[in-house]
Design a protein around this ligand. Structure first.
Ligand code: HEC
Ligand code: HEC
Ligand code: HEC
Ligand code: HEC
Length: 374
């Protein structure tokens, strides 16, 4: 399939080259010249109506001209990597680019026929359903009342996924958790993690073990990673504030025996049993909150995105419209920003906290919206 597409468009490019020599210089932004270029070189993938011909190909119809021009410039200079588009656009003159962009930008938006088939999902709702069997031990809302069983409410979502994987890989040994969720899709683990991360941790009463006042100074070197008073702001590092004290003691001791983690094994090595109890007593009574990487709802999140994406065309920034855009294309571009494969510091910062489950939900939401008119 890839080869077919490649050869089709290679022949388009060659055709384009041959014609360029004879054709008179195109007038700047000549939409009928643009239409001819689209017919020749773009139709196979973007259609004559500007609708992506297959999942993963963006719709161009009614997209902002400024943004389309900026993206083609990025393919040309290699800031955005797509081998086919780089080759194709390398051979196009400025007036040709302007014309084909004017043609696509001027089309009415494509009816997003697929919208009704898009399954609108909220990772929180799905995560809540998936987490139902955990409530017996971890508490209905992730606040455990059983000594030795950790609370999951407000915990960092990346950490929760890692923790479950560690049980499966045997890096952590706990008979009760070892077989749970084995064989689950990673996406499901992420949904469970998002659900718990968004729950509010309960304030705990003083623990029956240890002395919190003696514990506080012993945590001096822990805060760099676990955050002030044990409220972590890093996705991979667990929050300790508000955690069950018995569990904290058990987990610290586990690093001395069976639990594998290069850093933690060293930080704990020098602590006495008394230190460990005091530290646990201190952290368990600290106030925690829902993880800050988790916005409450997709709608709330999207409102944040729309401050840029739905704003009137911004003369200083090339910002694409997203309503009605192809879902797979949106998923792909958000992942590329997150992983730094598509360059945009702004969008990297925006997307890097999001799990795949979150990205799928955002993309589904935008794809299901009616596309904006001009
Ligand atoms: C072989 C299929 C193919 C052909 C032919 C093709 N494109 Fe694309 N186009 C794509 C794909 C796939 C992407 C998304 C690539 C990415 O991830 O950056 C894309 C992205 C774009 C984008 C960026 C859109 C956005 O929302 O960021 C523009 C603009 C574009 N193409 C214009 C054109 C023009 C103009 C032509 C004809 C000269 C053309 N393309 C021909 C497949 C194609
Ligand atoms: C029968 C009781 C029980 C059930 C049911 C249970 N767990 Fe656990 N879970 C535990 C105990 C006990 C631990 C602590 C084990 C240890 O010391 O490592 C734990 C640990 C965890 C941890 C590690 C937390 C941390 O701070 O490192 C995660 C994540 C977790 N469970 C998720 C789940 C999920 C998700 C479910 C539901 C699919 C679930 N558990 C069902 C008892 C249970
Ligand atoms: C360099 C960063 C770093 C420092 C410093 C650090 N930790 Fe950790 N800690 C981590 C990471 C990362 C994990 C998760 C490791 C894993 O997956 O087992 C962790 C895990 C833990 C856990 C297990 C939590 C759970 O939910 O299972 C406890 C308890 C803990 N740390 C306590 C401490 C204490 C006490 C100190 C200071 C003496 C400390 N840590 C210092 C990074 C750090
Ligand atoms: C401060 C303004 C701003 C905010 C807020 C913002 N974006 Fe963007 N977004 C941009 C700009 C600028 C681009 C174009 C970057 C480039 O050239 O690759 C972009 C590009 C994108 C693209 C690529 C679309 C395409 O057609 O290729 C997606 C997807 C996207 N943003 C999603 C989001 C989501 C989801 C959010 C909210 C979590 C968000 N953006 C918030 C400014 C913003």
């Amino acid at each position: 399939m890839k080869n077919i597409i490649l050869s089709i468009f290679l022949s388009f490019t060659l055709l384009g080259c041959a014609e360029k020599k004879e054709a008179p210089k195109a007038v700047v932004a000549d939409t009928s010249a643009g239409k001819a270029i689209a017919e020749r070189s773009c139709k196979g993938c973007h259609g004559m109506d500007g609708g992506g011909a297959a999942p993963g190909i963006p719709h161009l119809a009614a997209q902002r001209e400024r943004y389309l021009l900026a993206s083609i410039a990025e393919y040309k200079d290699g800031k955005r990597t797509h081998a086919a588009l780089k080759d194709m656009t390398a051979n196009m003159s400025d007036p040709e680019v302007r014309s084909v962009v004017a043609y696509y930008a001027g089309l009415p938006p494509v009816a997003n026929a697929a919208a009704k088939d898009i399954h609108l999902s909220s990772p929180y709702q799905e995560g809540k359903a998936l987490a139902a069997p955990c409530a017996n031990c971890h508490g209905e809302d992730g606040n455990s009342k059983t000594p030795g069983t950790p609370s999951l409410a407000g915990q960092q979502p990346h950490y929760l996924v890692t923790a479950i994987e560690e049980y499966h890989q045997g890096d952590r040994k706990a008979a009760v958790m070892g077989s749970k969720l084995r064989g689950s899709k990673n996406m499901d683990l992420e949904k469970i993690a998002l659900y718990y991360a968004s729950q509010t941790p309960a304030q705990r009463p003083a623990a029956k073990i240890g002395d919190p006042a003696a514990g506080e100074p012993a945590t001096a070197m822990c805060g760099g990673c676990h955050g002030a008073r044990g409220v972590s702001t890093d996705g991979a590092t667990p929050t300790l504030a508000g955690q069950d004290a018995t569990y904290l003691v058990n987990s610290m001791k586990a690093y001395k025996k069976s639990r594998q983690n290069w850093g933690m094994q060293r930080y704990i090595a020098g602590l006495s049993d008394k230190d460990i109890e005091n530290i646990a007593a201190y952290y368990s009574i600290q106030k925690s909150n829902p993880s800050d990487v988790v916005p409450a709802t997709i709608k709330e999140l999207v409102d944040k995105c729309n401050r840029c994406h739905e704003a009137a065309d911004n003369p200083t920034m090339a910002i694409p419209k997203m309503n009605g855009q192809d879902r797979d294309y949106l998923v792909m571009s958000l992942r590329s920003y997150r992983e730094g494969k598509r360059q945009s510091t702004m969008m990297h910062n925006m997307s890097f906290a999001y799990s795949n489950a979150m990205i799928e939900s955002i993309a589904s939401w935008y794809a299901s919206q009616p596309a904006d008119k001009h």
